[in-house]
Design a protein around this ligand. Sequence first.
Ligand SMILES: Cc1cc2nc3c(=O)[nH]c(=O)nc-3n(C[C@H](O)[C@H](O)[C@H](O)COP(=O)(O)OP(=O)(O)OC[C@H]3O[C@@H](n4cnc5c(N)ncnc54)[C@H](O)[C@@H]3O)c2cc1C
Length: 430
Amino acid sequence: MQTFAVLGGGPMGLAVAWRLLKQGHQVTIYEAGERLGGMSASFDFDGLRIERFFHFLCATDYDYFDLLQELGIGDKLHWVNTRMGVFHDGRLHDWGEPFALLKFPGLSLVEKVRYALKVLYCKHLKNFDALDQTRATGWLRQWLGERAYNVLWHPLMSLKFYQLQDEVSAAWIAARVQRVAHSRESLFKEKLGYIEGGSDTWLFAMEAAIRAKGGEVCLATPVEQVLVENGTVTGLRLQDGVRHFDKVISTIPLPYVAKMVPDLPAADLQKLHAVRNVGVATVKFKLSRPLTPYFWLNLTDTAFGIPGIIEYSNLNPLQDKVLYVPYYMPQDNHKFAWDNDQFRSEAIRCLKAINPAFDESWIKAFHVSRYYYAQPVCVQGFLDTLPPMRSAINGFYMADTSYYYPQDRSITESIKLGNQLADMAGSVHG
Ligand SMILES: Cc1cc2nc3c(=O)[nH]c(=O)nc-3n(C[C@H](O)[C@H](O)[C@H](O)COP(=O)(O)OP(=O)(O)OC[C@H]3O[C@@H](n4cnc5c(N)ncnc54)[C@H](O)[C@@H]3O)c2cc1C
């Protein structure tokens, strides 16, 4: 039995801790925030407990399903045939199935065929290596043609990554398309999942299971430094002193790690400094009536400043209607410093365009959540730009959502990688 400190109480940190406890180790989780969950944590939205950032599950989220079963809450997972839409040239159109594609007025027949072929190609892609060194923007333009690219992908690439858009790898885009393409009941029906009670349902069950197995959970306890002597981890420096551990596993966003572990080799510190993330400010509205029938609505007009909105209550049937408007951007974008009222009026301008009947009297509550390192910018050859998970310091391991590239961030991938990290560090030779 060894003593482990796990840094970060998001899905990955929890998965690491749970797995290590089952292996018989002694585990302490350190979470800087006042609640577990990281990006999947919830808040009180005027009487409704809901995630700060929306979450849906796909049919291939196997590691997530396994964990729900293990925690005895598999019955809390529900599946819904959701609808996807696109707001184009001032009108709403169906999207996401063959008839909708055929009817969509924004593309020619040839462009539609090219688009369908691209989705099929991504859906059946087994190995993403060939796309790893390819630039997403060029690859998508080649597949679809310039005009179709501008309608379908330019809004996402330019309004999520801004000046970094040309650095994103095609493998990352292809994996994103594949995950959603596999989540279907049939060619004509998309199927997405949600958890009754939201992510809190499994986060609370997980916390209870961890504590019941002897794990320690320290909330509101940011780790200041990982202590190292003669190339080996000795423990942590916390605000109120030092604590000794045999091993330390970090699951916090990589940009924080460089400062926290200055004893890493210079080349690894340089890599950590070079990883870029975009931030997100997500505007949420609780409405008295629905805005659209769609769960996911893409916007083709970049003037709205967002590539899409998520009407979460069209997936999870809540009493009130809940809508998320995510503004992703590099943190140096002037909008990232906007106050809540600026985001509110910008989002309302968009909602009014989408549904001219929308009136501000529909708004029952409003909230903005921000996450500084919300999405790594997965550049070409991304994994080669990261330091190794098993670091050069004996007993120190690190990962964050970057490491499951080409897969996009998701709870299931964080759980899967957390399990792998625990197996790597918890073994006798770890
Ligand atoms: C807008 C948005 C929408 C999303 N939608 C979906 C979705 O639909 N489906 C899905 O599956 N996933 C979705 N995700 C992604 C999902 O939330 C993440 O992949 C997952 O939560 C990542 O978990 P993690 O533990 O790897 O990292 P994080 O959640 O980032 O957790 C890291 C933790 O480290 C803590 N920390 C930081 N610094 C310190 C420190 N010094 N000491 C101690 N702790 C520290 C943080 O407070 C945080 O709790 C979405 C994310 C966002 C932002």
